[in-house]
Design a protein around this ligand. Structure first.
Ligand SMILES: *Cc1c(COP(=O)(O)O)cnc(C)c1O
Length: 390
């Protein structure tokens, strides 16, 4: 059976070119980057070369890159770091984020609320966009951090981060963005968008899992989450994951080099998918028609449960998801879909298809043959059948 992986926003295959550069660091060049001997220095050189590459791709200096264990840690480090810096001065503060952030942001915010911080969750419109005016109105004299994600992991909507960051900076407030989904898909230049903090994850860009980085603009103070041997200039202690970091930097370099020709190719396949699905009755595309990730297509199929759809598709070798990978095991409707104004029953009928480097024209043809059949089939046994036939 044909296998079609359309869940690249959950994770992606490690590119063979990435595996190749990682391999020697497991068993040949396995030194600890803090050791004084030759092997240690060799590891340290690989670490600093990787930092240079990542910095160059994100348009910052190597000193501004802190390697972490991935997107979750980078987001936690930005929020808790800013909060801890404030707590150390004996004060609490106010944080602004949006209602459609990843769970690792929302749950961090909730925990900070339990410590006495206050959090404003900005609403979004039907496309998933935060309004600049709502941000302007929400900032108070007590606001310490604004964080709005660059691209949403479920519906793919891309925010105007440059404009939002500008508003925060006019009021001298730090601005962070979760760029886990946008990096290598659309241009991400930390200077151009003018952010102070930015999170990246390696496994969403055809790199290994468990590694990523936080960009921390020079002069920005955020306290560390992890204390210890003082690695990463004291910001993130713990022996560096050299194979992972080397792989991450290679994945980012490949993704950036290939973006100009690869993303238009993927976008064409994605548009073909959207056009093909649009002829299925009682279905529609969620998110913004234009301001969206080139890899993302997100639909609702009325009268069907997203979970059943995902399982049926899986039986045909097509791997997709409903909602995001993290929340798809719970039966709660997606907070993102509720935030864009979908009623819970429609939010339950969603399907996310996210493309990547490995997808071909044949994959799309196969999906467009199988998906309408599965939808028709499921609707025949739908508990909403009666209302559907009316
Ligand atoms: C996947 C994801 C994360 C978490 O990244 P990990 O590296 O898996 O911890 C954070 N934010 C967004 C938008 C994501 O899609």
């Amino acid at each position: 059976m044909r296998q079609v992986y359309l869940d690249h926003s959950a994770t992606s295959a490690v590119d063979p070119r990435v595996i190749e550069v990682m391999m020697p660091f497991f068993d040949v060049r396995y030194g600890n980057a803090s050791s004084l001997h030759t092997m240690g220095q060799e590891a340290n050189r690989a670490l600093e070369d990787a930092r240079k590459t990542v910095a160059q791709k994100l348009h910052c200096t190597p000193e501004e890159i802190i390697f972490t264990s991935g997107g979750t840690e980078s987001n936690n480090a930005a929020f808790k770091g800013a909060a801890f810096t404030r707590l150390r001065k004996g004060k609490k503060g106010h944080i602004i984020t949006s209602t459609i952030e990843h769970d690792c942001v929302l749950n961090t915010c909730q925990w900070l609320e339990s410590l006495g911080f206050s959090v404003t969750y900005l609403p979004v419109d039907n496309y998933g966009l935060v309004s600049p005016e709502s941000l302007e109105d929400a900032i108070t004299g007590d606001t310490i951090l604004v964080s709005i994600m660059h691209a949403n992991n479920e519906i793919g909507t891309i925010q105007d981060i440059r404009e939002l960051a500008h508003i925060a900076h006019e009021r001298d407030v730090l601005f962070h963005t979760d760029a886990v989904q946008s990096v290598t898909k659309v241009p991400v230049d930390v200077q151009e968008i003018g952010v102070d903090l930015l999170s990246v994850s390696s496994h969403k860009i055809h790199g290994p899992k468990g590694v990523g980085c936080l960009y921390v603009k020079k002069g920005t103070t955020v306290d560390p989450l992890l204390h210890g041997g003082g690695h990463e200039k004291g910001f993130r202690s713990g022996t560096e994951n050299i194979p992972g970091i080397v792989g991450f930097s290679e994945a980012l370099a490949i993704g950036e080099e290939e973006r100009p020709r690869e993303m238009p190719r993927i976008e064409r396949l994605r548009d073909e998918l959207i056009d093909g699905v649009s002829i299925i009755e009682n279905s529609w595309l969620n998110g913004h028609p234009k301001r969206r990730l080139p890899i993302n297509a997100h639909f609702c199929f009325r009268f069907i449960e997203g979970e059943s759809l995902v399982l049926r598709l899986s039986g045909k070798g097509i791997y997709a998801s409903t909602g995001s990978a993290c929340s798809s095991k719970s039966l709660k409707p997606s907070h993102v879909l509720l935030a864009i104004g979908l009623p819970p029953e429609d939010a339950h009928s969603s399907l996310r298809l996210t493309l990547g480097r490995d997808n071909t024209e044949g994959d799309i043809q196969y999906t467009l043959k199988v998906l309408p059949e599965v939808v028709t089939d499921l609707r025949k046994i739908s508990p909403f059948k009666a209302s559907f036939q009316e």
